[in-house]
Design a protein around this ligand. Structure first.
Ligand SMILES: O=C(O)CCC(=O)C(=O)O
Ligand SMILES: [Fe+2]
Length: 296
């Protein structure tokens, strides 16, 4: 049984707490079932699926795939804990269910998430602004067993990271390397909650199974709303007042859903082959070949 006051004490002390068991194995199995189909194809041209960004796959419309997903994100104990920790009502500002595949090209940098993201339509990137006094919780729950590539946290860093007013901490790794806690070799259902000013990253990994996780960021009410939340009519008829509050009912989002990837990534090699076969002019075929070379 999770004790909220003890959990808050742990977060205050270490920056994080292990909440494994809060979401039942049965719910985790149901979430796995709901997301398996959309994780089988990319989200393109009316076909619903995932957004592909390099070696990471992000479900599009994460909260539409099953009521169990909404229930996990709005778990009353979790929300109560977040509210007590933030000393404020909270809302879900960022959320995603994603697969991290082993990669030689990408590894995550040490960072904090006490920040505002805003999608910039002129430059097509998410601009960020670090907010030192922003105080909230991120949860990461593993939806598969995770041997390698798990989340890493720098114990106690929430007590000093805010003084730096920056997002990336790679340059300071030498000074905190002895405080790194790595959540590898952990079973499906492992659920870690951390103060999002705690320095963290996904540990780099180069081979193995893909890591599927559920991520949720809960911000105090004075922080911007964050990402748009799209829900399925099937699931919303009996939501409680609290759930609606956490899910930003009636509120205007302040950014886009992250990430927004290069549209050319959405095509599989078979789809690119089909496209090529349909081309009648040499110049079009040349352009597509160039694109394939860039992708490979
Ligand atoms: O996937 C992880 O382990 C960390 C994710 C994270 O830090 C983020 O998305 O901000
Ligand atoms: Fe993060």
């Amino acid at each position: 049984m999770i004790n909220i006051n003890d959990s808050i004490k742990k977060i205050k002390e270490d920056g994080f707490v292990d909440l494994t068991g809060l979401i039942t194995n049965g719910t985790i199995e149901k979430i796995n079932e709901c997301v398996s189909r959309p994780f089988s194809s990319t989200h393109v041209n009316g076909r619903k699926g995932y957004v592909k960004m390099g070696d990471q796959h992000f479900l599009a419309n994460t909260l539409t795939w099953g009521k169990e997903i909404i229930e996990a994100y709005t778990n009353p104990i979790l929300i109560n804990l977040c509210e007590k920790y933030s000393e404020s009502n909270v809302h879900l500002s960022n959320y995603r269910i994603y697969k991290t595949l082993p990669s030689n090209e990408f590894s995550m940098w040490w960072h904090v998430d006490n920040k505002i993201d805003r999608y910039n339509y002129d430059t097509n990137v998410f601009d960020i602004e670090v907010i030192s006094k922003d105080k909230g919780i991120i949860i990461i729950m593993y939806l598969v067993d995770v041997e390698d590539g798990g989340v890493q946290l720098v114990k106690g860093s929430h007590k000093w990271s805010r003084k730096h007013s920056k997002e990336s901490f790679d340059d300071m790794e030498h000074s905190f390397k002895d405080d790194i806690i790595t959540f590898n070799n952990r079973p499906k259902g492992t659920l870690i909650a951390y103060d999002y000013a705690t320095i963290h990253r996904a540990s780099p990994y180069y081979k193995g199974e893909s890591r599927m996780s559920l991520f949720g960021q809960y911000s105090p009410d004075w922080m911007p709303i964050g990402e748009p939340i799209i829900l399925h009519a099937r699931d919303i008829y009996d939501l409680s007042k609290k759930q609606k509050e956490v899910l930003n009912f009636g509120k205007v989002p302040s950014t886009e859903n992250w990430p927004i990837a290069d549209p050319t990534e959405a095509l599989s090699f078979n789809e690119i082959d089909e496209l090529l076969e349909r081309q009648t002019t040499k110049s079009m075929a040349k352009r597509i070949l160039k694109r394939i070379l860039r992708l490979s």
